[in-house]
Write a protein that binds this ligand. Structure first.
Ligand SMILES: *Cc1c(COP(=O)(O)O)cnc(C)c1O
Length: 396
């Protein structure tokens, strides 16, 4: 059997390769950070990590993890409801609830699991999920696992959302689901308008704050703070894998009874291992660091606006962004790949994205800013963009 299957796979793999869609992995030999070293011996500035707050290699988080290793050991060897819950897991859940102004929180091994396990325990075929067209893959998978009727609205398009809500009126319960910040454009979901429509058409709201928590809102609490509606969305999901240290872990936070039901019925929670105590401990620390001082967030904001301003002044077409994601629009797919390759030669590591990850003709380089970047890092990146941009005829 395997002979036939093997040649089938080989054909598919070479198809992926010849379409230029084969994903190769660059091997880092240094900690994640603004400056990284790769196994190929390259020393480059990293502008493609989700390390928004620069906490991936934070001495405070490392220290906290080491302490937890000594006090709580390494692994849990259990799911939460059998013997996988420590005081650190409970404290992290409370910390997250306080941070988002929500009632309760449940941890998962990843935000992918949080989204994968949120719909099926709560909704049935009598209900409706109304989902933004650009929502994260894990939301799409979560929706697939649930029998609720599916509706989709064009990205952040409130007229379309209203149309879908009208169509969904015959269903028993309705929930609108959206990313807080969309990862390819860096745009923020219009949560204020979504909540108003939810009120008008009797729906609940879920926001995935994976790219927005720790980044937007005055004190980094995400879109609900950005629109001054803390505690209004029934469900928030998020990750510990981006701004909050970047290790591993996800969560769902929101209304008490919703979280209680997830603890009883959510399959990725019930049937998958508990996160290690050291990750819970450093997670608590990450939330504390940004709660007790605005220094890190101020730095991220300063870096983001500095980079955007300079790049716009150079003549690059930058998508309007409110997050730490800056999409440098190039249009042509090949140009985006050449541009990224030339930037790497200049010591700047970024990724060019093109169809089908973004719409046809909207190829771009996505730059992700971090509080770990210094002014010198930014100036070096901007100079490299200017040089390559002129060489490739993107700017004058
Ligand atoms: C990154 C991301 C996830 C997945 O997070 P993990 O914790 O890495 O599984 C889910 N949703 C959105 C919107 C994301 O950006």
């Amino acid at each position: 059997m395997y002979d036939k299957f093997q040649s089938h796979l080989k054909k598919q793999l070479s198809g992926i390769e010849s379409a230029g869609l084969y994903k190769k992995e660059r091997i880092l030999t240094s900690p994640q950070g603004a400056e990284i070293t790769t196994r190929a011996g390259l020393n480059v500035l990293n502008f493609c990590a989700n390390n928004y707050l620069g906490l991936s290699n934070s001495p405070e988080l490392i220290e906290e993890s080491k302490k937890a290793l000594d006090s709580h050991g390494y692994g849990m060897s259990s799911v939460r409801f059998i013997c996988g819950t420590t005081d650190l897991h409970k404290k992290l859940e409370t910390t997250i609830s306080e941070f988002f102004g929500t009632e309760e929180t449940i941890l998962y091994a990843a935000a992918f699991d949080a989204n994968g396990g949120v719909f099926e325990p709560l909704l049935t075929n009598e209900d409706a999920i109304i989902s933004d067209s650009l929502n994260h893959a894990s939301i799409i998978d979560g929706v697939r696992l649930c029998k609720a009727k599916r509706y989709r609205y064009m990205n952040a398009d409130m007229e379309d959302l209203e149309d879908q809500l009208i169509l969904a009126q015959p269903q028993r319960y309705r929930i609108i689901v959206t990313d807080g910040v969309f990862s390819m454009d860096g745009n923020v979901t219009p949560l204020d308008k979504i909540l108003a429509l939810a009120e008008k058409y009797d729906a609940m709201v879920m926001v995935d704050e994976s790219h927005s928590a720790g980044v937007i809102g005055k004190t980094g609490r995400g879109t609900t703070e950005y629109y001054n509606v803390l505690g209004k969305a029934e469900i928030i999901t998020g990750t510990l894998g981006k701004a909050f240290g970047g290790a591993i872990g996800g969560f769902t936070t929101g209304k008490k009874e919703i979280i209680e039901m997830l603890r009883q019925r959510s399959r990725p929670y019930l049937f998958s291992n508990s996160i290690p105590p050291l990750v819970a401990a450093s997670g608590i620390k990450a939330f504390e660091l940004i709660t007790h001082s605005s220094e890190i967030l101020d730095k991220l904001r300063k870096n983001t606006s500095y980079f955007n301003e300079k790049m716009t002044r150079l003549g690059f077409n930058i998508k309007p962004t409110k997050s730490a994601i800056c999409a440098v629009m190039l249009g042509d797919a090949k140009l985006s790949q050449d541009f990224a390759a030339n930037l790497l030669d200049e010591g700047i590591y970024v990724i060019g994205f093109y169809f089908p990850v973004v719409p046809q003709g909207e190829a771009r380089i996505r730059v992700q800013l971090s509080a770990a970047h210094t002014q010198g890092h930014l100036d070096k990146a901007i100079a490299a963009f200017a040089k390559v941009g002129r060489e490739l005829g993107v700017i004058k």
